[in-house]
Design a binder for this molecule. Structure first.
Ligand SMILES: [Ca+2]
Length: 194
């Protein structure tokens, strides 16, 4: 067992280039979106996979190292991956495309979003993962997205509730206005009888 763990650590740390993040995507997304984007879009830690902090390679226990090794070997699409150094979006990319296709996109990072398609939305905020990738927002945070897109989506989702609140407000004001007029009429009538 000990030998297995040592081998796993050796594979993860010594294989050239394997443990490095992929800055090509970050460079493309920042140029495309005009936003500053860090590794938190796809990785468990915003500083990326290298280091000793939680979600980085140096902090992984033997079980997590095994999960990392499995994820790194997921070259074909459709495999369940739970890499401890990736977040849900990073794992989703590997699951959807496979490691092999993902690595090919390093040469043409603009093709990653079309390859992911527009049908998946991990955080259910109404903006597909691939669009958030292009926008430079987090596909794992429903409160993080292009403000105008989130406003428009929420308006479409909640239009009935907003309409009902508006009608209730108008009818409440109308009723209050009639009540005040009623008091005025009663007061005027009482004054005349006196
Ligand atoms: Ca989303």
């Amino acid at each position: 067992m000990t030998l297995r763990i040592v081998l796993l650590i050796a594979v993860c740390l010594l294989t050239p280039g394997v443990s490095l993040a992929y800055p090509e995507f970050q460079v493309f997304i920042e140029a495309q979106s005009g936003r500053n984007v860090n590794c938190a879009m796809c990785h468990a830690h915003p500083d990326g996979p290298e280091g000793l902090k939680p979600g980085q390679i140096g902090s992984l226990d033997p079980q997590q190292l095994e999960a990392l090794s499995t994820a790194r070997a997921a070259f074909e699409p459709g495999q369940e991956v739970h890499s401890p150094i990736l977040n849900a979006f990073g794992n989703h990319i590997i699951h959807k495309l496979g490691k092999q296709q993902f690595l090919l996109h390093r040469q043409e990072p603009q093709k990653l979003a079309p390859a992911l398609g527009l049908e998946d939305d991990l955080d259910k905020d109404g903006i597909p993962n691939a669009q958030e990738l292009l926008d430079g927002t987090l596909p794992t945070d429903p409160n993080h997205g292009d403000p105008w897109k989130l406003f428009y989506i929420n308006l479409k989702r909640r239009w009935f509730h907003i309409l009902m609140v508006g009608l209730a407000t108008v009818s409440g004001l109308w009723g209050l206005n009639n009540l005040l007029h009623g008091f005025e009429r009663m007061s005027a009538s009482k004054t005349r009888t006196e």
